[in-house]
Design a protein around this ligand. Structure first.
Ligand SMILES: Nc1ncnc2c1ncn2[C@@H]1O[C@H](COP(=O)(O)OP(=O)(O)OP(=O)(O)O)[C@@H](O)[C@H]1O
Length: 354
């Protein structure tokens, strides 16, 4: 990893709802180095967007409350900044692209007005200089006839073009950190691939760091250098992209890696992960993946929350996993058994664990 630019450390976020407190983030730590692309992957409801919105200072409070933790950007804790200090960074040094391009575009304003606005807000330049810059950026994201586009309204554009405009808006201030939250999910597959290629090229061209959020491992694998795998409000594994495919450690990561279709495989025969992400109101004690884990090793999984730590087996020092399988202090008797075997062994021993 390069020198850290963004360091999210032990972030705990709760939402107060009528049904109870949703413990959405339970000590999330993710670091993004300079010029590095970190992919964040996990099923729906794992806390990817809440992590992104916390970093942007865009969580609505109430109901959201940051209980604990820090988000350091270039050495300063964003959670300690005043609103105006945060506004100077947000939209300039750190920008974000959302899943649905229409949610970032105002339908009643021209593309020109919308793309120029962040520049005028953050730079001391004239309108005509901003306009020239806007045209340059529209061309950089692969949009032809930029002059005409500046006068168009969003509804005149296709979904792929809109997302290119949104990317241009996010990059026009040449941010050091781009947060992309499912930027291709709303697009069809061909356009998805084009947008990922574009982001990869722009990242090289502008030399920025990217936090790239997706629930789609093939998409993320096209762009990320390193991965953070999230499950039910925790980061359960971080490693280089290559290691995620070659040596995934956490049982959840292994399931995700297995779920990628091999060439020629029929999509409907893909392995799926049985069960669902647990409720985050009064979540289970111990490992939140225990009830679905094929390598469940017993009470320790239900009673102790595994720490994200370097396992002995890691090929590089940057590999971290939160699983008791890799914790030497946990008394265990390999080979590991599955949850079914574990329950069988309890039954066969008259309720006593074998
Ligand atoms: N405003 C809110 N009020 C209550 N709970 C919320 C709120 N926003 C998010 N949550 C909860 O926080 C948890 C994390 O949600 P989040 O949107 O970050 O998941 P995600 O991984 O981004 O999912 P997706 O891929 O579907 O966007 C979920 O349990 C979600 O229900």
């Amino acid at each position: 990893m390069t020198e850290p630019l963004l360091e999210i450390d032990d972030l705990h976020v709760h939402f107060e709802t009528e049904e109870g407190t949703v413990e959405a983030l339970d000590g999330v730590s993710i670091t993004v180095g300079r010029d590095e692309v970190v992919g964040v992957i996990g099923e729906s409801g794992c806390g990817k967007s809440v992590t992104a919105l916390s970093t942007m200072g865009l969580l609505q409070s109430p109901p959201a409350k940051i209980e604990r933790g820090s988000i350091r950007y270039d050495g300063q804790d964003l959670l300690e900044l005043s609103k105006s200090e945060l506004n100077e960074i947000r939209g300039d040094d750190i920008t974000m692209i959302y899943q649905d391009p229409m949610s970032s575009l105002n339908p009643v304003l021209t593309i020109g007005k919308q793309i120029i606005e962040p520049l005028l807000a953050h730079r001391d330049i004239s309108k005509s200089e901003a306009r020239t810059e806007a045209k340059r950026m529209l061309e950089a994201v692969g949009l032809a006839d930029a002059e005409r586009l500046l006068a168009e309204y969003p509804e005149a554009l296709s979904g792929g073009m809109r997302q290119r405009v949104v990317i241009a808006m996010a990059l026009i201030t040449e941010p050091d950190l781009l947060i992309a939250d499912e930027p291709t999910t709303a697009l069809d597959v061909t356009i998805q691939a084009q947008i990922v290629d574009l982001l990869r090229d722009l990242r090289e061209e502008f030399g920025m760091s990217v936090l790239f959020i997706s629930h789609d491992l093939p998409v993320i694998s096209e762009i990320a250098d390193r991965m953070a795998v999230m499950y039910a409000g925790n980061v359960v594994e971080t490693c280089a992209m290559r290691e995620l495919f070659e040596a995934p450690l956490h049982p959840y990561t292994r399931k995700l890696a297995e779920s990628i279709p091999k060439v020629g495989e029929v999509a409907d025969r893909l392995p799926t992960i049985e069960g669902t992400v647990p409720e985050l109101i009064d979540p289970p004690q111990g490992c939140r993946f225990a009830s679905r884990c094929p390598q469940y090793i017993g009470d320790v999984c239900d009673s102790h929350d595994p720490e994200l730590a370097a396992p002995d087996t890691a090929a590089t020092t940057n590999h971290r996993v939160a699983c008791h399988l890799y914790d030497e202090s946990v008394p265990s008797s390999p080979p590991w058994h599955s949850r079914d075997e574990h329950e069988d062994s309890i039954r066969n021993n008259g309720g006593e664990e074998a």
